[in-house]
Design a protein around this ligand. Sequence first.
Ligand SMILES: [Zn+2]
Length: 458
Amino acid sequence: MSTNITKADTVIRNANVITLDPNLPRAQAVAMSNGRFIGLGSNEDVETFIGPNVKVMDLTGSTVLPGFIDAHIHVLNSGIRHVMAADCDLPSIAAIQTALRERVETTAPGQWVQGFKYDDTKTAENRSIFREELDAVSTFHPIMVSHRAGHIYYLNSMALELAGFDRDTPDPFGGRIGRDPDSGELNGIVYERAIERVRFELIPSDTPEIRREGLRTICRMLTQAGLTSVHDARVVRDEFVTYQEGRDAGDLSLRVYALMYHPHFRSLQEAWLKTGFGDDMLRLGGIKMVADGAIAARTAYLSEPYVGSDCDHGILAMSAEEIEENVMEMHRAGFQVCIHANGDLAIDMVLNAYEKAQAADPRPNPRHRIEHCTLVNPDILTKMHRLGTIATPFCTYVYHHGEKMPFYGEERLQWMFAQRSFLDYGVVGTGATDYPPGPFEPLLGIQSCVTRTDSRGQ
Ligand SMILES: [Zn+2]
């Protein structure tokens, strides 16, 4: 035996190791040193790596998979929300009211009470929760519940009043204030950008302590599911600080690629930073913007209207000019641009902007991305291949949100969540759950992509 073989710090034996290496697809044992694989093969093959103080794990036949990467997930923000808001992924409106009441009991009157992960199609009632139902929880606390898919919010009367909304308030650009179709009274449902003042001005921001607690919470949850690397799909300045603190304190068990929220672009640029800065655990990714609405919320911006309507094409959150100006600047500054676009019309607008930026200022492999990139067609796919644009389609949606999809119609569904089509057209498509909107378990994602079957078997 040669004396210069690196000794492992950890050896795993008696395992069913799935390597994803076509030359050696299965193995029985692996040896690791300092977070890197240094040996792979049979139990005998890794014997040579075992020295003193090596942790040897006998897995008695259990399967070992490579760590999973989620290319679009709301990591720290959902950790913070698990700390600050009631989890409303519950089977009935009564159960949601109970969960919110528990928060009310520990919250001073006048202070905000929040809920998240509410899903209108996952409760027994199979409908939206209304203002009166939130008023029944409290009229002394402003309440905001967010939809699991984001983009739609539910307010009680006190919250509507604080937001300055009444029956005469016009819908703001890029948003909508829900009204009862008969009386015209506000029903408590607020869409897209109409919620911005509530979320960013009225609700008090989190604290450094809450953010650190959120980081520990979400790292625990995701690591247990087999994730080792995540692209946090919207990071604000304070969160980036928390990531750095967590890394220094040893709380960060995931490798994080941070897509920075677009209002931070200027300061990043002024600090001479660009995409790629960082280290193995924490890296500055692209700049994140949002061009349209959401799939599960039925607000994606589509070329053909939603089933059951002759004029509802969804919601566009940025104009074509706004997209082009921003993309040009970020592209020139050396950033990867990551724009949320679900509907085919929104995707097309984003691709046009990427094409113009690349034509004006060619950069080798800028790796611009379309976040979600849900409804595609051959033209879009061909263009994406030509531009080298990356797609981060939802991988758990077909299974988890399948019951919402009839709004898109059979024909359109063939071109949604098109993992196979991305491969066929030579487009890089990633695995991405967008948690909290979709469940984060990677194996559920693979099942959903392969079977394209929802939880009811349809
Ligand atoms: Zn997202």
